[in-house]
Every structure is written in C-alpha cells, then in structure tokens.
Write a protein that binds this ligand. Structure first.
Ligand code: GDP
Length: 218
C-alpha cells in the first residue's frame, strides 16, 4: 500500500494518505426517497458521465480490482452505490449520466436521484467530478458543476485516461478544461488508472476534504 517508489521519486517522504484496511459494500439507493445508509460516516461522492472511467478510477483509488463492478452491472447503473472505507468514510458512486444515445429519457431518471442525494446528504464532504481528458465538458457536466456550485459543495476535478495522450497534450488539455470551467489548474488532477498517475494526489485531496468540517455546518 505504501507507494515507496513514487514517494522517493517525488522526494516526498510523507506517510501514505489513504490506506485501505476494510472495504464493505453497503448497498444501493434506487429512488430519491429510497434506502440509503444512515449518516454515521462522512461521505465522498464520485460523479461523471457514463464511460468516463469512474469505476476504474474508484478501483484504482482503493486498490481493489473489482470494487465498483457492482455499479456497472446491467440494471444497477442507475442506482447510487455506497462503500464503507475502513471506519473512516463512505465512498458514494453516483450513476454515470449523459450517455449520448439515450440522453433525454435517462436524464429524467438520473437527475432527481442524484440531485436529491446531493441535497439531502448531511455527511457529504465533497465530490470528485470526473472528466475525460480528450473531451470538452458536456452540457450535462456543466449542469452538474453548476448544481454543485449552487449547493456550495467542495469539488475536486479529476481528468481521466491521461495515458491516452502525450504529456504535453495532457498539460494543454488540463489548461483548456480548467479554463472552460473557470477553475484554477491546480484544482484539476490528471489521473490514469493505467499508469497510476494522480492516484496519490487524488487520495490526498480526498483525505483533505474528509479532514474539513462539513460545508453544510458553516
Ligand atoms: P465508467 O462507465 O465511468 O465506470 O467507466 P469505466 O471505468 O467502465 O471505463 C470505461 C472505459 O474506459 C473502459 O474500457 C476502461 O478500460 C477505460 N478506462 C478507464 N480508465 C482508463 C485509464 O485511466 N486509461 C485508459 N487507457 N483507459 C481507461
């Protein structure tokens, strides 16, 4: 679990920030008023359009091969899935949205569920919003970010699949994506589940969100 090679390469001797000792699938939330875990733990949610690489990123983050597979099982992709990490927090896998071919009807399904979850989650500390490095943010991505901004929810943006581009192209794309969303480039984490790029930064960003008091109480 201790990423020694990377720590040494980066000249960074900080202890590991996210060590997974226990992982438990808690269950799905299927409707806006449906079952969800009680708020015993702080929550971090992961959002993004279908196929952005969300399941792969979650599995890489928690260093399990198949943790988020349940969320990609046919019939379950429209539910919100909850995973308890250690005795520390609950990882929330939101349904992937905005799949081009089925846009309109599906949007009517995911929007109320995601929005009611985000509105009513007392323990929610922040969102990791995923964007594919090769694509410009879609209207659904922008809608989601606007909604998060309205709620005042802290957001980490992770740009996925950066191994698919050369390093210089990644830098250009990160600049362009940050600019189009009005974000500082430093708020954007370049991530690849294939090379492991960004895993440590993302883990640290998640841990620092968890260390902050709930934004709702301020
Ligand atoms: P989800 O629908 O957002 O959960 O997306 P998945 O995690 O299922 O990934 C969608 C596709 O992108 C799959 O074919 C993955 O293998 C691929 N993928 C995901 N992450 C990466 C990555 O970091 N690099 C590359 N090259 N492919 C990735």
């Amino acid at each position: 679990m201790l990423d020694r090679d990377r720590s040494q390469r980066d000249g960074d001797t900080e202890p590991p920030t996210l060590v997974i000792r226990e992982l438990e699938y808690l269950g799905p939330m299927a409707t806006p008023k449906g079952w969800r875990p009680t708020h015993a733990y702080p929550e971090i949610a992961f959002a993004g359009r279908s196929n952005v690489g969300k399941s792969t990123l979650i599995n890489k983050l928690v260093q399990r091969k198949k943790l988020a597979r349940v969320s990609n099982t046919p019939g379950r992709t429209r539910e919100i899935h909850f995973f308890r990490v250690n005795q520390d927090f609950v990882l929330v896998d939101l349904p992937g949205y905005g799949y081009a071919r089925i846009a309109k009807e599906r949007r009517a399904e995911w929007k109320p569920l995601i929005e009611s979850f985000l509105r009513d989650s007392a323990g929610l500390r922040g969102i990791v919003m995923l964007l594919d490095v090769r694509r410009d943010p879609s209207a659904d991505d922008e809608h989601m970010l606007e909604f998060l901004a309205e709620l005042g929810l802290p957001v980490i943006v992770a740009v996925t699949k950066v191994d698919k581009l050369a390093r210089s192209e990644v830098a250009q794309r990160v600049t362009a994506i940050a600019k189009s969303l009005g974000l500082d480039e430093e708020q954007v984490i370049a991530f690849s589940a294939v090379s492991g790029t960004g895993r440590k930064e993302l883990a640290e960003a998640v841990m620092s969100l968890l260390a902050q008091p709930s934004w709702r109480s301020s």
